[in-house]
Design a protein. Structure first.
Length: 189
C-alpha cells in the first residue's frame, strides 16, 4: 500500500505532494470546524480549565450550581438574557421563564460558555368533560417531549401532547425532556 502511494507521488511529482498537503490543511482548518463532526468530539485538556457542564436544561423555578474545574481564582459570571435565567456571583443559575440563554464565565483573558435551556408546560391545570380534548405544549423546548399519563383509563395523551378525557376522575400528564419532567394536573368532570 505504501509503495503504491510513493509510486503515485513519484509519477505526479513534487507539486502533487504540496497540493495534497494544502488540501488536507484546508479541510482540517476551514471545513471540519464548521460541521457537526467537529462538535461531536469533546477533547479536553486534562490540565486545562473547563466548566462542570456546558449544556443545562432546567424547569422554571429550579437552580443549578455552575463552577470552573481546576481553577483557584476569582471568576465573574454573566447571563446574556437575565429574563430567562440569571446567575449570582457564586455561580448559582436560577431559571425564570422558558427560553435559552448563555452563561459566560470570565477569568483573566479567558471566557467559558454554558448554554441554559429553561422549559415549562403550557398549562398547569386543566378541567375537561368526557370526550373533550386539549393540546399541551412544552415551552422553551426545541426537541419533542415524551408524554405519559398517570391514569390512562381517565385521561390519555398522544405523543404530540393531545390530551383526551375518557371518564370522570383525575390524572397527571407528564412531559419528559432531557431528564427533566414537567407536570399538568387534569380533572375530568
Amino acid at each position: 500500500m505504501i509503495k503504491k502511494i510513493l509510486q503515485l507521488f513519484k509519477f505526479r511529482g513534487f507539486v502533487s505532494i504540496i497540493y495534497y498537503v494544502a488540501f488536507l490543511a484546508l479541510l482540517w482548518y476551514l471545513i471540519i470546524p464548521r460541521t457537526g463532526i467537529f462538535y461531536r468530539i469533546n477533547l479536553y485538556d486534562p490540565f486545562g480549565h473547563r466548566l462542570n457542564t456546558e449544556d443545562i436544561t432546567l424547569v422554571r423555578g429550579e437552580s443549578f450550581k455552575l463552577y470552573v474545574m481546576r481553577l483557584n481564582q476569582r471568576v465573574t459570571y454573566t447571563s446574556t438574557d437575565i429574563k430567562v435565567a440569571d446567575v449570582n456571583i457564586l455561580g448559582k443559575v436560577f431559571a425564570f421563564r422558558p427560553g435559552t440563554t448563555i452563561i459566560k464565565v470570565k477569568y483573566k483573558d479567558n471566557v467559558l460558555k454554558c448554554r441554559v435551556r429553561v422549559i415549562d408546560i403550557s398549562k398547569k391545570k386543566v378541567t375537561l368533560k368526557p370526550g373533550r380534548s386539549t393540546r399541551l405544549t412544552v415551552k422553551g423546548a426545541w426537541l419533542g417531549a415524551r408524554w405519559s399519563s398517570s391514569n390512562a383509563s381517565v385521561v390519555s395523551v398522544s405523543r404530540f401532547g393531545k390530551v383526551t378525557a375518557k371518564r370522570k376522575g383525575s390524572a397527571k400528564i407528564y412531559a419528559k425532556i432531557r431528564g427533566k419532567v414537567v407536570t399538568c394536573h387534569v380533572r375530568v368532570e
